[in-house]
Unconditional design. Sequence first.
Length: 163
Amino acid sequence: MFDKLKDKTAGMAQSVTQSVQAGMDSLGDFKKKSSSLIASSLEEINGLRPILEQSGFIVGDIFFTVSIPPSVGLIVEQEIGGSVKIDSLDSAELSNVQSMIVGSLKKIYALNGVVEEYEHTIGQVEITLGLPPQVKAHLNSMKSRAFTTGKATETQSSLAPPE
């Protein structure tokens, strides 16, 4: 009886060991693929920075999501005191990923006139490079201190402590 139990235990141990090993191999593949995705996405984003800056934008944040499939994203926002020049985004030769980012910005900013009718402006655009790709516009109230036009800057100045 003990021999049968010993054989079953050894078989179970071997099965568990094989399952754990398969999981570890899978985790290693996931790590390699995620690292490759992050590196290539950062290269694409860094190549786009100068073009965005000429157009009045900065990359305010970069994020990645560990999921299946993993994704990388960026948050693009207007420079402080800068004016947005959407047309200057057309002038560069772009990769497919960079074209998708620029196209997303153009589509979102085409809606800014509608948004402004409701006393908001597009503050940040969040673009996720994943499956499926996602674009989110964060709207800021024109009354918000985060809104950086001359009007908001005056408001911010009046809130600053006296020197």
